[in-house]
Design a protein around this ligand. Structure first.
Ligand SMILES: Cc1ncc(COP(=O)(O)O)c(C=O)c1O
Length: 462
């Protein structure tokens, strides 16, 4: 042993080891780590499209928090020039999302709505027409009615669960069909294969907002859709930590156009958000299976509760489109993948909607009395969130459209999280118990209702 103090001898040893390691390092071994497209969904989510960082070997792509990139000479660069056009961390997420859905790298955006806005502006101009699901995320309705209509782009909101209605709504000016399935918040489903047969015949692109099921449970592109749209804010990132969006397509020209429009509109995702999303994506299949198991338990509990008048969940046999839900979630991809897991159960996602006897006041009582579930806007994350669509996510949908499509004032949307299902059910139970108390109180006083209305009005619509 040398006479050097212990910490110095240790650092000498480290230095020597590191020098030896450098000497032993082969000049440049290029390892092929790509995961095969046929790999199971859990493998794809963790490994698909991912490579260790080429400069350091870091197993996770670092957060490249840099605005710009030094160029070797005029016009000679390493693939990135300015982070509004592209960023290495965002590109890593795009590679991973592409591998998950068996497409070229996806295009990622600052929010789900930024993805939708960029898509619409890339495909539509003044005079064009779009056919959209009549039940759709409220922000999509607001974008079409308040932003795009004044620019001369018109929309028909159509029951996209009715194939004939979609065909009838298409005009010579229709340039895009945009369907959301399961729809936010009533979970109405779209038969993507049937709609795709019509749009293909007419040469109109079909885009599907697949935010609720994600490519783990449903792959619209494999059923004939041309474009899949995601709010990664929801299940894909899954931890209530970021907002983000992405678009997948196998159309190379559209991909180029989306990147051009993203650069022009400035709608790219931030590198830190992309990094968190990469991290969340690894557990997406695990999480979504658990979300689905718990959601089914919660839906069955609600279905059997005497104060609950309606439950919307595609996994319930009473759900009007249960057969379609089964058929679509058993689409070629889902069936093949689920057999790889011991778990060959069919999954229907984590969102449940319901109405409580007594209408709006009772629904509001439930939402104001939950303790574990959080009253908030988002969905698809680890925490169970309870939402009042009419005063929150769908407040900008015209009342007539809401009433026609079943988005009633008393509708409650529950994003079933990853807490123990028994705890979520116990929380709902105690909140539903309050409905009796409040109903009794209401017979003698209107104070409760007045308070709720005041609170509801103060909410900011997103
Ligand atoms: C189905 C669906 N699509 C798109 C969006 C918009 O996503 P973001 O909030 O990330 O802009 C949402 C948001 O709730 C949604 O539910």
């Amino acid at each position: 042993m040398s006479g050097l103090p212990r910490h110095l001898s240790a650092s000498k040893a480290l230095e020597a080891r590191s020098a030896a390691a450098h000497r032993a390092e082969p000049s440049r071994v290029v390892r092929k780590r790509a995961v095969r497209a046929e790999a199971g969904i859990d493998t794809l989510a963790i490994r698909g499209g991912r490579e260790p960082d080429p400069t350091t070997g870091a197993i996770l792509t670092p957060i490249y928090q840099s605005t710009t990139y030094a160029q070797d000479a005029v016009g000679v660069h390493k693939g990135h020039t300015y982070s509004r056009a592209s960023n290495p961390t965002v590109s890593a997420l795009e590679d991973a999302l592409g591998a998950l859905e068996n497409t070229p790298p996806a295009v990622c955006f600052s929010t789900g709505l930024a993805a939708i806005t960029t898509l619409f502006l890339a495909l539509l101009k003044a005079g064009d027409h779009i056919v959209v699901s009549d039940v759709v995320y409220g922000g999509t309705v607001r974008l079409l009615n308040l932003v795009l209509e004044p620019l001369g782009i018109t929309a028909s909101f159509v029951d996209t669960s009715d194939v004939q209605a979609v065909e009838d709504a298409i005009t010579p000016r229709t340039r895009l069909v945009f369907a959301e399935t399961p729809a936010n918040p009533t979970l109405k489903l779209v038969d993507v294969e049937a709609i795709a047969r019509i749009t293909k015949k007419l040469g109109i692109p079909l885009a599907v907002d697949n935010t609720f099921l994600t490519p783990v449970l449903f792959r619209p592109l494999d059923l004939g859709a041309d474009i899949a749209v995601y709010s990664t804010t929801k299940y894909i990132e899954g931890h209530n930590a970021t907002v983000g969006g992405s678009i997948s397509t196998r159309d190379a020209r559209l991909l180029d156009r989306l990147r051009l429009f993203r650069k022009s509109l400035g709608s790219i995702q931030a590198p830190f958000d992309a990094w968190l999303t990469l991290k969340g994506l690894k557990t997406l299949p695990l999480r979504i299976r658990q979300h689905s198991r718990s959601a089914l338990r919660v839906a069955r509990y609600l279905e059997g509760h005497p104060k609950v008048t309606k439950v919307f969940y595609p996994g319930l046999s009473e759900f009007p489109q249960h057969d379609l839900a089964l058929r679509q979630s058993r689409s070629q991809f889902a069936a093949k993948r689920s057999t790889k897991n011991a778990d060959s159960q069919t999954f229907f996602g984590g969102i449940v909607a319901f109405e409580v006897a007594g209408g709006v006041d009772s629904g509001v009582t439930v939402m104001n009395n939950v303790q574990l579930c959080t009253l908030a806007e988002n969905l698809g994350a680890t925490e169970t969130l309870i939402t009042h669509p009419v005063s929150m996510t769908h407040g900008d949908v015209p009342r007539e459209q809401r009433e026609r499509t079943g988005i009633t004032d008393g509708l409650i949307r529950l994003s079933v999280g990853l807490e123990d299902a028994a705890d979520i059910i116990a929380d709902l139970e105690q909140a539903l118990d309050q409905v009796v108390t409040k109903a009794t109180t209401r017979a003698t006083s209107t104070r409760t209702t007045t308070t709720v209305k005041t609170r509801g009005c103060a909410r900011q619509l997103v």
